[in-house]
Design a protein. Structure first.
Length: 287
């Protein structure tokens, strides 16, 4: 198993703050994994994401200890331009990454910086534009489209570069339920077809949980829990104690298990469809 990213005794404190944003983080992320990072607001999730592609410490002042390795190299030894091609970051505020006057120019900006030919850029546009459903927006200023459309444009601009690692900070916060589902369908396609390593900071867990291979709980700057998705959510009591509330289907079956109405040996279902199948199995057992 190759390692896409590794944190070793990593801590970060912003200038003018007395408390570290991240404390003694030790973490490994396997190449090709989909990873969910969750935790309450202000827990350090975004600082962790920014540490993955060099925004911290390159664009922020503070005190950094320990190390972060991307594809085997410590991030501070990798030129920022090269690092951005290896770790694509989608911001929670999409406007923060816009630089162009039209959506089309925004989407091709990163590809041009990579030195792709016109033919290569066209090929990637033909793939990423319909995938993110931004065809009607291509000639519009990116700052003037809706919030959800901005998030799709930001996603398209990073997808077009096809970085081996993608970090998405709240990528669906401005989307409706159908839009959220579509984003995670795209991420699933990237996982299956390109073996991309995908790291998602997300509060809305309904679509993340069925896709994720690994989950990480961040709380008050510390990584408290790292586990594969199924055993991670078996610890619902611990998660809720730390202000993380799982999708309704997981909580429903967890309460059934606590009450003795769901077999202890059965894993908790991670989607509504899986939950419906488990209920049918339970009813069959009762007959």
């Amino acid at each position: 198993m190759s390692i896409a990213m590794r944190f070793e005794d990593y801590s970060w404190r912003y200038s003018r703050t007395s408390e570290p944003a991240l404390k003694n983080v030790n973490l490994e992320i396997a190449a090709g994994a989909v990873v969910g990072i969750i935790g309450p607001n202000g827990s350090g999730k975004t600082s962790l994401a920014y540490s993955m592609n060099g925004l911290i410490p390159n664009q922020y002042n503070g005190i950094r200890t320990g190390a972060v390795y991307v594809l085997g190299k410590e991030v501070t030894t990798i030129p920022q331009a090269q690092l951005c091609q290896q770790v694509g970051l989608v911001f929670s505020d999409p406007e923060a990454q816009f630089t162009a006057m039209t959506v089309e120019d925004e989407v091709i900006f990163g590809m041009e910086n990579m030195g792709l030919t016109i033919a290569q850029i066209k090929q990637r546009l033909d793939w990423v534009v319909p995938l993110t459903e931004i065809e009607p927006l291509m000639d519009k200023p990116p700052y003037e489209v809706s919030g959800g459309q901005k998030q799709r444009v930001a996603l398209a601009s990073v997808l077009g570069m096809r970085p081996p690692i993608m970090v998405l900070d709240e990528p669906t916060s401005m989307l409706d339920p159908m839009g959220r589902q579509r984003v995670f369908e795209v991420l699933g396609k990237l996982k299956r077809e390109y073996q991309s390593t995908i790291i998602v900071v997300e509060h809305s867990l309904e679509n993340l949980v069925p896709l994720a291979d690994l989950m990480i709980l961040v709380y008050h700057g510390e990584v408290l829990l790292v586990a594969e998705t199924e055993p991670f959510f078996e610890q619902l009591g611990y998660l809720m104690k730390h202000d993380v509330f799982p999708p309704g289907v997981l909580e429903f079956f967890y309460q059934l298990k606590v009450a003795g109405h769901y077999p202890a040996a059965w894993p908790l279902p991670q989607s509504v469809a899986a939950g419906a199948a488990r209920l049918r199995a339970l009813f069959e057992e009762k007959k």
